[in-house]
Design a protein around this ligand. Structure first.
Ligand code: UDP
Ligand code: MN
Length: 605
């Protein structure tokens, strides 16, 4: 019996041993095979890598792979879009039609755009997405973006453009990112902006809030009031007749998330005030700056920019915000001291914020992939009971100059005086609040205005104290401006715009009768009488007997007893043959090609 048991035990052990060795052997073998395979894979991979440049993939295949990859990323970051349910939409439509019927509104001329046309267009209309592909393809990690609030002040706006503004924001902002839309009604008097309007908003969406000023406070104070009510991480200040385009918010939010000290704006496109078509998608060729007379002006993108920009996606640093759409994180907005609340009604706040941000270590940028349309119009509303628009705008801008522009404020004062004379005066209360703002500037260890000019707009030209006229010289008839050919002769540009400043075409007319170009002067070729750049007499240590005067829009050159006038003409000489040039000709008050205007005029006394 015992022998039998022993035999059975041995048999079981033998089976187990067999199984164990088989498994072990298999394991070792498969490992060797795997290693071989991995080795082969690796070889193949290096081969592939090595061969990659030679590998030919057809363009179709490449496109297919690319589109597959895109689809994958797109799926990964999909977000739920806003949708207006059909019933609500019908209700709103009926409500709007009733409002337009029951309330009388001012004529189109009051708004200075075609409101009648606007009323025929849907308030939820689509606008063409003209963003370049680079912008459309960009994917965002929606869960990581900050949330946003829109603050829109409004004073007697047209109802339909205002509603289009609100619908566009709701419709084209990822709902998860949009916290609220705060409308600040700045004491509007038009009846259709009353309770019926409020009712419309109530039906539309609970994210919209409206707060009403019991007296006119102006756009700056209204924006400040609205900002306090916002729930989002980022606040976007907008005008009530703006229409955001597809994908407008993401580029702004992503940029703000990546930089703590930054204020950004979209590419602000023009909505035609007559046809309401929206011009987006053009390359951003200009950046916002300022004229010495404090007018908002555009400067060409300097060439030194292009070396830093690789795609349409890249931000464009801009000296001055355009003003109608400003995006900033709420915490940074508070760090820089918000908008200056001493600015009245309208104007100056975008200059102020821009100087403030740049000079205290921040940046201002345009995100060209973000497109927002704006109806550019002239302001027809009143600016307050006693003062007119020019007075208030001049006062605001001089306040900004007083706080931020250091010694350059004298130039600004002299240039403002040319369009607002006498200059506005500051009250004691004004001086006190200006003092407070200056204190804040010192506390924030601001750079000087000279630093701003040298670092933010190095290409900009600065007038000197004895210049009475400065900037581009425009022909009254042809609208062309002086420019300097490589051989120093003066030619004429094809056209020049009032609000575009081409710094290298800046000339100066000074009190001692000189027409200057940088540290050179304008003289003439004694054979052809064509204008050209020469050394200045004072530089050569003697007088060359030429005196310029600028009277009745004529640029008159006097030499001995002879007087001649700068005239735009077509060159009949071998010098720039057939091109538009400037020649001295006999003065004739009736000839408009002899009439000129300078961009800036300074009145120091
Ligand atoms: N606005 C305001 N109160 C004012 C003046 C303007 O609330 O006293 C609003 C106006 O309705 C608009 C925004 O501020 O939504 C900017 O004004 P506007 O569009 O006239 O300025 P512009 O675009 O001409 O610079
Ligand atoms: Mn506007």
């Amino acid at each position: 019996m015992r022998k039998r048991v022993n035999g059975l035990l041995w048999a079981v052990l033998a089976v187990l041993w067999f199984l164990f060795t088989t498994v072990l052997l298999f394991g070792i073998l498969s490992n060797i095979v795997n290693q071989d395979r991995q080795e082969e894979d690796r070889k193949e991979e290096t081969n592939v890598r090595r061969n990659l440049p030679q590998t030919r993939i057809s363009t179709t295949t490449k496109r297919m792979i690319e589109s597959l990859l895109e689809e994958k990323t797109a799926r990964a970051y999909k977000f739920t879009r806003y949708s207006l349910d059909v019933q609500k939409s019908r209700r709103l439509d009926a409500h709007l039609r009733k409002m337009l019927k029951t309330h009388k509104r001012p004529k189109d001329s009051y708004y200075s755009f075609n409101v009648t046309r606007s009323e025929t267009l849907s308030v939820t209309r689509d606008v063409i997405d003209e963003r370049p592909d680079e912008c459309k393809k960009r994917m965002f990690n929606y869960s990581a973006l900050p949330t946003l609030s829109v603050v829109t002040p409004l004073h007697n706006e047209a109802l339909t453009t205002l509603l289009r503004h609100v619908h566009a924001i709701l419709n084209r902002t990822p709902p998860k990112l949009l916290k609220d839309i705060i409308l600040v009604d700045d004491n509007s008097t038009l009846s259709y902006l009353g309770s019926d309007f409020q009712e419309y908003l109530k039906i539309l969406d609970s994210k919209i809030q409206i707060v009403r000023n019991t007296q006119r406070e102006g756009l700056i104070l209204s924006r400040l009031k609205g900002e306090v009510m916002t729930q989002g991480d980022v606040v976007v200040f907008m005008d009530a007749h703006m229409e955001v385009c597809e994908g407008w918010a993401e580029p702004l939010l992503e940029r703000i998330k990546s930089q703590s000290a930054i204020v950004v704006q979209p590419d602000i496109a023009a909505i035609d005030g007559d046809t309401f078509s929206l011009y987006t998608g053009f390359k951003v060729k200009f950046r916002g700056g300022f004229g010495w007379d404090t007018r908002y002006s555009w400067l060409p993108l300097p060439t030194y920019h292009s070396q830093f920009r690789n795609s349409e996606w890249d931000p464009i640093p801009v000296p001055i915000l355009q003003g109608s759409c400003i995006a900033v994180s709420k915490s940074y907005f508070h760090t820089v001291g918000r908008f200056d609340d001493g600015l009245e009604i309208w104007g100056g706040e975008h200059f102020e914020l821009s100087f403030n941000v740049w000079m205290t270590g921040g940046r201002i940028e345009t995100m060209p992939c973000s497109k927002v349309g704006h109806i550019f119009k002239s302001n027809k509303y009143s600016f307050g009971q006693k003062k007119d628009k020019n007075y208030i705008v001049a006062k605001n801008n001089m306040r900004v100059a007083e706080v931020w522009m250091d010694e350059y404020k004298h130039i600004v004062r002299a240039a403002v005086k040319a369009w607002q004379n006498p200059l506005p005066v500051f009250t004691d209360a004004d001086w006190k609040s200006i003092g407070e703002r200056k204190k804040m500037r010192r506390r924030r260890k601001s750079e000087s205005f000279n630093w701003f000019l040298k670092n933010v707009i190095p290409e900009y030209k600065i007038p000197s104290k004895d210049d009475s006229f400065f900037g581009e010289i425009q022909n009254v008839q042809t609208k062309s401006c002086f420019f300097v050919f490589d051989d120093d002769y003066i030619g004429m540009t094809s056209k020049c715009e009032t609000f575009v400043i081409i710094p290298e075409n800046s000339f100066a007319f000074d009190n001692s009768g000189r027409l200057k170009y940088g540290d050179k002067c304008v003289g003439y070729d004694r054979r052809t009488y064509l204008l050209l750049i020469t050394e200045c007499p004072c530089k050569r240590g003697g007088k060359d007997g030429i005196t310029w005067s600028f009277t009745n829009d004529q640029l008159v050159l006097t030499e001995k007893s002879e007087t001649l006038c700068a005239t735009q003409a077509n060159s009949g000489f071998s010098i720039h043959n057939g091109k538009e040039i400037v020649q001295l000709q006999a003065c004739d008050k009736k000839r408009k090609v002899q009439k000129w205007s300078f961009q800036f005029h300074f009145l120091y006394k």
